[in-house]
Design a protein around this ligand. Structure first.
Ligand SMILES: NC(=O)c1ccc[n+]([C@@H]2O[C@H](COP(=O)([O-])OP(=O)(O)OC[C@H]3O[C@@H](n4cnc5c(N)ncnc54)[C@H](O)[C@@H]3O)[C@@H](O)[C@H]2O)c1
Length: 452
């Protein structure tokens, strides 16, 4: 890690405040990333202010109630009872913060172009409240150079104080690597990459995160940290696309893809298993790689792996629909008028996140063919107002034996732990399984199962 040898007085003061935990930390954007980070900083004994433009989140945090089911009730309750945490929508209070960490959305626009409006708006809000001696860290995923070329200029343009980077203003990028719903990792145990716009910023950001997470890895620049995050997401998108493509081929050849992957994974080097599925969802994998594709155009270079992976993964919901049509056909049933239950509306197990979920594509395509389609998801009571489907409004139906016996087809889209899979295996007549759930059941399955 770079040291503070030739550092300014402001850097030394902030370093001391971080070490003795008297620094006030502000977290901007209290969603899947920001809220667990608030918890980690609060547990590290900092006073934390949580900023969000969404009044319902502020209301929940004041009342100590949960709005992200996978995090449970304990964290919001603990925060609401603590004198060291305050949620607020008053952005002038950013001035009170010695450290500001930004976890706002970075979506894509209609043509898959980066939408940095949230990052810029937050930068401007920080600029209006800027005072000497603050450390500002961007965590939102974005293309390399954003922190230096977009975020910093937004801060400086809105500020009325003259600032000198590395002297009295410190700025870094630290990618967020949350994996909501997977109990094996959390904000404290996932190693944290940190890259500053200068050495003093890196040093201070490393000091900050070292108080709250077990392992902090300093890299030479913000650009390396930004690019590393995009590499991680491109890696996943490409490998998932590869197994999805092979799955379609192996199924035609009568070979079970899941067994192939399990067999290949016995190789102790040079192979890493990825699971096929009904398509990509969430805020990261379907979106972030296209930030790099957009930036690459500036250099006149194509990102063919990203485009190809996007094309294959994007087609997967349609493939699941084709398998569903075939499955019903084998039972001499048309889709028209068939009762179809989609199990899993969230895009991944054990969370309530429906952003970019492929389940909605499957619902809409089967409904367009005349199917009577409903869904069950223990984590998603209602699905509405999605980015690509603003008009959608559906409610989860209860999973009962009676309901299943009257259903012509069950499509398994998400393998939540909280679903009674044995009941489905026993009571459903026909199952299209995109997650290999039925094969993993200990009990015998009476439903006809088609993998997709
Ligand atoms: N969810 C994940 O698992 C995950 C994983 C890795 C990276 N990321 C990245 O982290 C960033 C945040 O993602 P998220 O999943 O937490 O999003 P989110 O939508 O759950 O949370 C973002 C929050 O920011 C708030 N917000 C929007 N504009 C704001 C503004 N101007 N000022 C203050 N608050 C504002 C929203 O109301 C929301 O509460 C994104 O860049 C995303 O790509 C997310």
């Amino acid at each position: 890690m770079p040291d503070l040898n030739k550092s300014s007085r402001e850097a030394e003061v902030l370093q001391a405040k971080l070490q003795d935990r008297t620094a006030v930390c502000g977290v901007v954007g209290l969603g899947y990333v920001g809220l667990p980070l608030v918890g980690a900083l609060h547990d590290a004994s900092f006073k934390v202010l949580g900023f969000d433009v969404d009044p319902s989140k502020i209301g929940h945090l004041e009342a100590g109630t949960s709005y992200l089911s996978h995090l449970g009730e304990a964290l919001p309750q603990r925060l609401a009872q603590s004198s060291s945490f305050e949620p607020t929508a008053e952005f002038s209070r950013l001035e009170e913060c010695d450290v500001i960490i930004v976890c706002v959305p970075t979506p894509v626009g209609q043509h898959r172009e980066p939408d940095l409006s949230y990052v810029v708006a937050t930068g401007e809000a920080i600029g209006r409240a800027l005072r000497p001696g603050q450390l500002i860290v961007l965590e939102s995923t974005t293309y390399p150079t954003t922190t230096r070329e977009v975020f910093l200029p937004a801060i400086l343009a809105a500020s009325t104080v003259a600032s000198s980077l590395g002297e009295d203003l410190f700025v870094a990028f630290s990618p967020e690597r949350e994996d909501p719903g997977r109990a094996s990792h959390n904000t404290k145990t996932i190693p944290k990459l940190v890259g500053g716009l200068d050495d003093a910023s890196t040093h201070l950001a490393v000091t900050l995160y070292s108080t709250a997470v077990e392992e902090v890895v300093a890299v030479k620049s913000a650009e390396i940290a930004e690019a590393a995050k995009i590499l991680e997401n491109v890696f996943r998108a490409v490998n998932i696309a590869m197994v999805n493509e092979l799955k379609v081929l192996f199924e035609q050849m009568g070979i079970d893809t899941w067994e192939v992957i399990e067999a290949a994974a016995t190789k102790p080097f040079g192979f890493m298993p990825f699971s096929p599925g009904p398509g990509l969802g969430g805020h990261c994998i379907p979106i972030d790689p296209f930030y790099l594709t957009w930036k690459a155009r500036e250099f006149g270079l194509p990102t063919r792996f990203i485009e190809l992976a996007g094309e294959i993964n994007h087609r997967m919901p349609q493939y699941v629909v084709e398998r569903s049509v075939q499955a019903l056909n084998q039972q001499s049933k048309p889709v028209l008028g068939s009762r179809i239950l989609i199990v899993g509306m969230a895009y991944k197990p054990n969370v309530d996140d429906t952003r970019e979920t492929p389940s909605v594509e499957i619902v809409q395509q089967l409904a367009a063919l005349g199917g009577v389609v409903e869904y069950h998801d223990p984590h998603v009571a209602i699905v509405s107002n999605l980015r690509k489907h603003p008009g959608i409004l559906m409610h989860s139906v209860p999973l009962t034996e009676e309901y299943l016996t009257e259903t012509d087809l069950v499509v398994i889209a998400t393998d939540h732990d909280a679903v009674d899979w044995s009941l489905i295996g026993r009571a459903a007549s026909l199952v299209v399984d995109t997650r290999n759930v039925m094969a993993r059941l200990a009990e015998s399955v009476s439903a006809v199962v088609i993998k997709a």
